[in-house]
Design a protein around this ligand. Sequence first.
Ligand SMILES: Nc1ncnc2c1ncn2[C@@H]1O[C@H](COP(=O)(O)OP(=O)(O)OP(=O)(O)O)[C@@H](O)[C@H]1O
Ligand SMILES: [Mg+2]
Length: 341
Amino acid sequence: MSQVATLRPESKKKAAMPRSSKNSVIDVRHLVKVYGGRGQEEVKAPNGAGKTTVIRIITTLLAKTSGSVHVAGLDVERDGLDIRRMIGYTGQSIGVDGELTGRENLWLIGRLYHMPNSLVDERVEELLEVLQLKDAADRRAYTYSGGMRRRLDLGAGLVHHPRVLFLDEPTTGLDPQTRAAVWEYLRRLHREENMTIFLTTQYMEEADQLCQRIAIIDLGKIVAEGSPAELKAAIGADVITVRITRDEAFAQSRDRALEIARTIPGVSRATIFDEGVSAYTADGGATLLEVLRRLDAEKVPVHQVALAHPTLDEVFLQHTGRQMRVEEVKPMSRSFGRRRR
Ligand SMILES: Nc1ncnc2c1ncn2[C@@H]1O[C@H](COP(=O)(O)OP(=O)(O)OP(=O)(O)O)[C@@H](O)[C@H]1O
Ligand SMILES: [Mg+2]
């Protein structure tokens, strides 16, 4: 069963009046989560920034250790039921029923939320179209490919149009075309239904395209926060990215490149990343030539050079020291629930 079904269907009863004076739809302060109880067995796993943890706490599926979390003024601990009535959540792992067809899976979710049949029909057809599942809509879901299941799972979270929608990596594993269609659909939900959407993503471009506010989490901590424009403006005008040749002297070459970059007039800041060095500068064109001249003079083996206005990738890189790479995007984390035949 889809994780959306773990949330209560929307009730005719109105959600309680906000009991907090906070204005934001989602208000999270000083949130701390320690796994393993009272900090004694704190797990320090290197993977996982904490995105799913945060989203599960806000959606009332996981208890926090400390801090305050409110949704529409309601407290996650005190008013969990009322919060569940107004939100939708699509988790990272596959939760559709393999025995049902794609269309039936979506239809079931609509009925679980007590939506009228005509509205369910309309939404289901709309989602099958957006998620490019029309041709396969009447096949049982266990015959779907991984990408098709992922799309169906996402569709299940979008059937009932909640007031606040939470999506954990909604487009991971989708092809670029479907991703663009999903982006457009989410924009429409926000624009036409004034829906608040909270999503996690590993794709910086996705955050840039969709989000008004972004928080970058690294190893469990928010390391940067703001609108896409604010985050980019904060790191400077242009970025020169120098990738160093991966030979046995790579580490020394990269250190040398960093030292060189820092001495070049016009470079306001230079940082190291896993493949080389980034230099931030007001005038990329002029500085780039000088960077190349100096690296060449000092015989630093350069594999690739790029000059760009900062994108959110550079923002991420600067705050975490790591490049967001395609390989970091993991395959689906759990196997698809179906009976073997
Ligand atoms: N139930 C649990 N018990 C112990 N540690 C956990 C548990 N769930 C998550 N963690 C740890 O908390 C950290 C954050 O995990 P989380 O799933 O929130 O990361 P994430 O940013 O969603 O990662 P990913 O990008 O892989 O989805 C990780 O170090 C993880 O190992
Ligand atoms: Mg996660």
